[in-house]
Design a protein. Structure first.
Length: 83
């Protein structure tokens, strides 16, 4: 992996199509059948301006997305705060 970039807005992701492909592959691996269009919508919603979500994308030497991690800060009544 050449580098890792952090994003808070989908419009900033350099290889969005590559990231979406990776997410679709991950969804299939864990038993879901979402297509690319669905994943793009889900990702845009998760990373809307008021969200605390962040995505880390690893790129290869050619600038293609080859890895990702998604993080999100939520509040829960059961834990009386953020988690």
């Amino acid at each position: 992996m050449e580098r890792i970039s952090t994003y808070r807005r989908t419009m900033d992701i350099e290889d969005l199509a590559g990231l979406v492909r990776l997410i679709v592959e991950q969804m299939v691996f864990i038993g879901y059948t979402h297509d690319s269009a669905s994943v793009e919508r889900f990702l845009a919603n998760a990373m809307r301006p008021a969200s605390n979500a962040v995505v880390f994308v690893g790129y290869d030497e050619a600038g293609r997305a080859v890895a990702f991690a998604f993080g999100n800060l939520c509040s829960g009544l059961e834990c009386e705060g953020d988690y």
